[in-house]
Write a protein that binds this ligand. Structure first.
Ligand SMILES: *Cc1c(COP(=O)(O)O)cnc(C)c1O
Length: 357
């Protein structure tokens, strides 16, 4: 048995993997694989419709929003957002720079107009979330990253920008906790962090914000195209959408984002508790900004303890906890599907290291 702490692509519930494998063999009693039928077949159209509807339902959003399953990853959203939302004349957007992904988003926006970086935590290697900044009132939108996958910080509260639209990259904590989703005008998330396999990107957009930029937008990059086409303007990534739907059903059956939040909080409390208690380890981020999804931590003395610790957790079946190269050490990602028992196994390895050091 493996304990999968990978930062992405992520662990998925076992029943979701089984359901996805079944559909690859035979889908909906059709005598054919999900991968070899027309996406216009009613059996797949109903998958897409349910995936879009369930995404909105789990966020508590109504039909003034559209949920879309698009391609190109969260990285394409870095460009689609300013392309659709920044004014051709007098384009201005505000970005909060809390990590590499936020930086990548900000760089793309600069190709479309003026960008104000309202806060930036690079001075301390993105180990905290800047606070107490002002957002320029003439910005068309304010862009945030709710969870910084690489550095292990998470915005507990996301300040609301009252003078324009609120846009958030929720790739690595979507559906992991309740948020005031109705206060956002556009939310996007690559499926592969907390929902399904790579290949689909969820975009949730408030419909009335579109069509105001005064720009010509290429057909495939225009959200309006995909709203009109109900996420089927062109051939959708059927496997990723279907598997994501199975995860969304699993989440709903268990109690939705409130249930996920409860469970994720318990996992985070267990691991951070040990990081703080164990004299051999220390965390890398400001305590109040710690991510419930990705916990980054270091050994105080790598020369003395790293080899033994690595052997311990490998022996226990733990995988995917090597830190990202920009932080080093360890990163344990605790996405929705990771059970509390897996965190306990990792914590036991940390205790065993201390006991035998
Ligand atoms: C992984 C990640 C991305 C990039 O996602 P892709 O789908 O690979 O383009 C963007 N933002 C955040 C917060 C991420 O964790």
């Amino acid at each position: 048995m493996k304990h999968n702490f990978s930062a992405g692509p992520c662990i998925l519930p076992q029943e979701v993997l089984t359901g996805a494998a079944d559909a690859v063999r035979e889908f909906a009693g059709m005598g054919l694989s999900l991968l070899e039928i027309s996406h216009r077949d009613k059996n797949f159209v109903s998958v897409m419709d349910e995936a879009m509807a369930l995404s909105l339902e789990l966020m508590g959003l109504g039909d003034d929003y559209a949920a879309l399953f698009l391609q190109g990853g969260a990285s394409l959203q870095f460009a689609m957002v300013p392309f659709n939302l920044m004014k051709a004349d007098g384009g201005h957007a505000a970005y909060l720079e809390t990590g590499t992904w936020a930086t990548n988003a900000r760089k793309e926006a600069q190709g479309f107009g003026k960008v104000t970086v309202v806060g930036n935590s690079q001075d301390r290697n993105f180990s905290y979330i800047p606070k107490g900044y002002a957002i320029p009132e003439d910005a068309q939108y304010f862009h945030t990253t709710s969870n910084n996958t690489i550095y292990g910080t998470q915005m507990q509260e996301i300040p609301h920008f009252a003078h324009g639209w609120n846009v958030c990259d929720m790739s690595s904590d979507i559906f992991s906790r309740p948020r005031p989703f109705h206060q956002f005008d556009l939310i996007y998330a690559g499926a592969q962090k907390n929902m399904g396999p790579a290949g689909a990107t969820l975009v949730v957009v408030k419909k009335d914000i579109l069509g105001q930029s005064g720009r010509w937008i290429p057909t495939m990059l225009d959200y309006a195209t995909h709203i009109k086409g109900e996420s089927m303007f062109n051939t959708p990534p059927v496997f990723s959408v279907y598997t994501s739907l199975l995860t969304l059903r699993w989440l709903k059956a268990n109690g939705g984002v409130a249930w996920a939040h409860q469970r994720n909080s318990e996992k985070a409390a267990l691991l951070y508790g040990e990081i703080d208690r164990n004299p051999l380890f220390h965390g890398t981020t400001a305590a109040e900004d710690r991510s419930h999804m990705n916990a980054c931590f270091l050994l105080h003395d790598e020369a003395a303890h790293q080899a033994r610790f690595d052997a311990l957790w490998k022996e226990a079946g733990v995988v995917g906890i090597n830190g990202h190269r920009s932080v080093g050490g360890y990163r344990a990602s605790m996405y929705n599907a990771l059970p509390l028992e897996s965190v306990q196994v990792l914590v036991d390895c940390m205790r065993e290291l201390e006991r035998t050091a």
